[in-house]
Design a protein around this ligand. Sequence first.
Ligand SMILES: Cc1ncc(COP(=O)(O)O)c(C=O)c1O
Length: 352
Amino acid sequence: MVDTFEISVNKVAESRLSKVDFDGIKFGRDYSDHMFMADFYDGKWHDSRIVPFAPLTLSPANVSLHYGQSVFEGMKAYKNANGEVLLFRPLVNSRRINISAKRMCLAEIPEEIFMGGILELLALDKDWVPDREGTSLYIRPLLFAMDEYIGIKPSDTFRFMIITCPAGAYYSRPVKVMIETHYTRAVEGGTGFAKAAGNYGSSLYPTKLAQEKGYDQIIWTDAKSHEYVEESGTMNVLFIIDDILVTTPTGDTILKGVTRDSVLTLAKDHDLKVEERKLSVVELIDAAKSGRLQEAFGVGTAASIASISNIGFQETDYKLPVEMLWAKRFTTWLDEIKTGKVEDKYGWIMKV
Ligand SMILES: Cc1ncc(COP(=O)(O)O)c(C=O)c1O
């Protein structure tokens, strides 16, 4: 599937690095100097290359624009105290993009291209990885159809790209979430487990409505009955009820988060009982009312751990305790591993 894997490099004439305000990073606005690209045609990946970050030229008939045959990944690079660049569990993302690719009829990306592209790109743009507390370089691999054809059929040609941008601390304050019982993000047999572009496009409108009511994000519920908690925005959701970490199992409708898996591992290692089981909204709200819901937090690459301060359900707002003991612990433990402050006993870190 790979046509002699070698990456050609065309460097920028002048870096834009000095123009970036690293004290006031605006996430997703300033992109690093270079990007990685590879093209799939004639049944093989070709022409792996690093070029200056620049707009693309696409046919208006490009099928990913029309039919959403497009998937992506999200991961981060961190700096350790010696200024070395570290990646957190990148092979999981490399595998996950291919799970998404298969569901959306896109060509799978060999690990050597995915990882080779990231490592070479980061080696070149390592000065774009911020080193202040809580900051990182966000890495966005994306894979989309390139056929120029108005008609619904799987594309035969694809492009894989990686772009990166500096990221500050994501949610600096606890978030307010609203339980959604009308709109649906994902349904069994659908694409919820994939990082397919359309999942995110369709979530915008319900999220906008929740934001108009003063919430930051939605907690999605199952499509059939809207009785069971699923996930939230770009985060899996975890709850501490009666000193037990409760979270919904991942499946067809929920993205299998790298952060979720890491937090569950840390929890088990710190003797926090974990239950992966269906959690009904009724049980959650009862626990909130009776004070047995001790904590709630979203977990994901962008936010790491986002404590939840309020849960809205049927026009009532339930306020959670402010203490957030476990959320703070997980934030610290993950941060220490990701930035090389503690020994990585799990083998999660890859040095660039
Ligand atoms: C829908 C959804 N759920 C959960 C997550 C969290 O996954 P991860 O921890 O791998 O970032 C993400 C982010 O990628 C997401 O988009």
